[in-house]
Design a protein around this ligand. Structure first.
Ligand code: GLY
Length: 388
């Protein structure tokens, strides 16, 4: 019987190869020009760190949650090309990140985003001791945030945040699944599974949409109060949060084999696809006034990665739905949102930090938009090392 997934991949091979070529041409140059940075966005065509974007230089910036995406992007390119220039850039960025470990009290649950795809990939590829220690150190920091009675991982520090849980953490817990495999100690996995189970009750709504932030009871894990977070309002659906859930739940399925996680990912995917703009690129919030039109390209790129993984994991006759949807999103991003010129270091334009920000903060390239776009194309190219 024909493999539908592979057939669709083959039908789109020319397009995929062309886009991979454009990515490689751009990043070969940028991996040199941005070598000393941990880019967050770009200004005047040049990648810049989070502190250059905010104009605020402080220790907090090295702990910024997006700082693992640049090394992660360089590793995607290394695995896809075996070009040592990318490896050198990724390893240098991993060293720059070490400073964040010195500022322990400013670290948060996003240590997963920061180290799982930087040091974590380096270790999985080359087995170096320093990288292993970095990734395990990050896993210990994340595991220590687990509330064993409420059964959740708290997102942020501070007295008022003891029960704050955000859907984004579904991506961070992949570090814990890896740490259990690496050490043979199941406690990391217990924390990850428990957290995923809790968020399916507290964050996932019956219609497949997800809440961004919920305050949970410290003893029982019962929801106390929800917040609109980076979305339009309480009860709305911030599209990047939907993507974190879509990709996060399918990854939890891949790491555990628990069917409920695949079902949760599919349910978020159905909601996501029903709400895509005609244009196939998500708006920043699916439940917001028609105007102003605010796209979030990064939500589209992350969702595409999750859709590809769902397609890989569902029975044959379901595969086309998810894989073709991922391709639709990626093709629109490539055609209308990507800047392939030499005047711009970033790739995907028009990401949104959050709904309630200035125009400047909405229409901006984001390193994680670039990362997930490239990760999705890497998957279509057939490179099978799973980064998360
Ligand atoms: N994790 C924060 C965001 O997605 O903007």
């Amino acid at each position: 019987m024909a493999d539908i997934f592979e057939d669709i991949i083959k039908e789109n091979k020319i397009w995929t190869d062309e886009v991979w070529g454009k990515i490689n041409r751009k990043l070969k140059r940028v991996s040199v020009s941005a070598y000393d940075k941990l880019p967050f966005t770009s200004k005047n065509g040049i990648y810049c760190n989070y502190d250059k974007y905010t104009g605020e230089e402080s220790d907090k910036n090295i702990c910024w949650w997006t700082n693992g995406f640049w090394p992660g992007l360089m590793w995607l390119m290394y695995v896809g090309s075996k070009d040592d220039q990318y490896r050198a850039a990724a390893e240098h960025a991993e060293e720059l990140l070490d400073k964040a470990f010195e500022i322990y009290d400013l670290l948060h649950h996003d240590v997963g985003f920061m180290w799982h795809i930087s040091a974590g990939i380096n270790y999985r590829l080359f087995g170096g001791h320093k990288s292993k220690v970095r990734a395990l150190h990050a896993a210990d920091i994340l595991a220590a945030r687990f509330n064993s009675r409420g059964k959740f991982i708290r997102a942020w520090n501070g007295r008022n945040n003891k029960g704050r849980v955000i859907i984004d953490c579904m991506m961070n817990i992949n570090l814990l699944y890896w740490a259990s495999r690496e050490t043979g100690d199941p406690r990391y996995k217990y924390a990850a599974l428990s957290h995923a189970d809790t968020t399916m009750r507290s964050h996932l709504r019956p219609d497949g949409s997800v809440r961004h932030i919920v305050d949970l009871d410290l003893e029982t894990g019962e929801p106390i109060e929800a917040f609109g977070g980076q979305g339009y309002a309480l009860g709305s659906s911030w599209s990047r949060g939907q993507s974190w859930a879509l990709y996060g739940y399918v990854l939890s399925y891949i790491h555990t084999g628990k069917q409920e996680y695949l079902d949760a990912a599919k349910s978020v995917a159905h909601y996501f696809l029903a709400n895509l703009s005609e244009y196939s690129v998500p708006l920043c919030d699916f439940r917001a006034p028609e105007m102003p039109v605010i796209y979030d390209s990064s939500a589209g790129a992350c969702a595409a990665c999750g859709l590809i993984e769902i397609a890989r994991n569902v029975p044959k006759y379901e595969q086309a739905l998810y894989l073709k949807a991922a391709l639709r999103i990626l093709k629109t991003l490539e055609k209308d949102f990507c800047d392939w010129s030499d005047k711009e270091e970033s790739i995907v334009q028009k990401g949104a930090g959050a709904y309630h920000t200035s125009d400047e903060d909405r229409e901006l390239p984001l390193i994680y938009g670039d990362y997930f776009f490239v990760e999705a194309i890497y998957k279509l190219k057939g490179f099978d090392m799973l980064f998360w």
